[in-house]
Design a protein around this ligand. Structure first.
Ligand SMILES: O=C(O)c1cccc(O)c1O
Ligand SMILES: [Fe+2]
Length: 293
């Protein structure tokens, strides 16, 4: 069993790193930490970065989770290999670029590139937010996959992952700590990054951000609304090159006695208790790259 400790970062390819970074700072409110060797690092909490843009083709490159340490990373590598999953170790240079001590990379059964890291660098100084969006932390990552039940079978077979709620065969919301979900999989024909979520400090932040996004002419994909699953109040919006961001406030924590529920995806309030129009957020396609050599 591989014990995920937390989400770590998303690495995304971008044809226009300048525009992607400007949006992340001026609109989303993140801190621009560094730009180095064609990589732009953005921060929203104690992590050195939770979003990195790599110059090149647009699309998600990898999504990462942290493990406790080197022994756990090695055990994870062995466990995945024993299960027939092709796994590769990152080179020291690649690890440096990710600001981690070491990492392994593999593809989930649908082609979503996942990296498991240990020793993600933290910055002690307070976050210098690009604007006061109220972000408290990097909240969750959502993948696309053609079969969410099979996706859950994979994650629950090898990781400390439990389902928190199902939205029929349309979505699976998963946890590995008390937070309702830090990983979700939505049904989509191709692998990709459905959205990345940032938690904000208050309901007021969600609503103020919504007004701010509207005033800036940013495309609101859905919301403001309230997810019946996590009970979080949310707004989704689209950044450059199809990267969807979600702000949310009020995600619930679950205990070990939690019984997963099933919601009907055809109901009008399946993901929004306030009956806002149901819209699939746009997915950023997964770029196909060879595993690290
Ligand atoms: O927070 C949730 O419950 C949730 C539900 C559906 C879709 C999402 O992106 C969510 O974050
Ligand atoms: Fe979400």
């Amino acid at each position: 069993m591989i014990t995920l400790h937390d989400i770590a970062y998303v690495r995304s390819g971008t044809a226009d790193a300048k525009a992607a970074a400007a949006f992340a700072v001026d609109v989303v409110g993140m801190e621009l930490v560094a730009q180095e060797d064609g990589v732009t690092y953005l921060r929203a909490d104690k992590r050195h970065h939770c979003l990195a843009f790599e110059e090149g083709e647009a699309g998600v490159l990898a999504s990462a989770f942290s493990l406790k340490g080197p022994d756990e990373l090695e055990a994870a590598e062995k466990e995945l290999q024993a299960a027939g999953v092709e796994v590769a170790r990152g080179t020291p240079k690649q690890a440096r670029s990710r600001r981690v001590e070491d990492f392994i990379a593999f593809d989930d059964p649908f082609g979503n590139r996942v990296e498991l890291v240990h020793g993600q660098v933290q910055l002690a100084r307070p976050v210098h937010f690009g604007r006061p969006a109220g972000i408290t932390e990097f909240g969750h990552i959502c993948f696309d996959a053609p079969d969410v039940k099979e996706a859950y079978a994979f994650w629950s077979a090898h990781f400390n992952i439990k389902v928190s709620d199902w939205i029929g065969d349309w979505a699976c919301l998963m946890r590995f700590d008390p937070v309702h979900h830090k990983l979700a999989v939505f049904r989509g024909s191709e692998p990709g990054l459905c959205h990345i979520n940032f938690q904000v400090d208050s309901l007021d932040d969600v609503m103020r951000n919504w007004r701010f996004l509207q005033a800036k002419g940013v495309e609101i994909e859905m919301g403001p609304g309230r997810h019946p699953q996590s009970t979080a109040i949310f707004v989704y919006f689209k950044g450059p090159e199809g990267l969807t961001y979600e702000y949310s406030y009020g995600v619930r924590n679950l205990g070990d006695d939690w019984v997963p529920r099933v919601f009907d995806p055809t109901e009008p309030d399946a993901i929004d208790m306030w009956h806002g129009p149901i819209q699939r957020t746009q997915t950023q396609p997964q770029l196909r790259r060879p595993l690290p050599a």
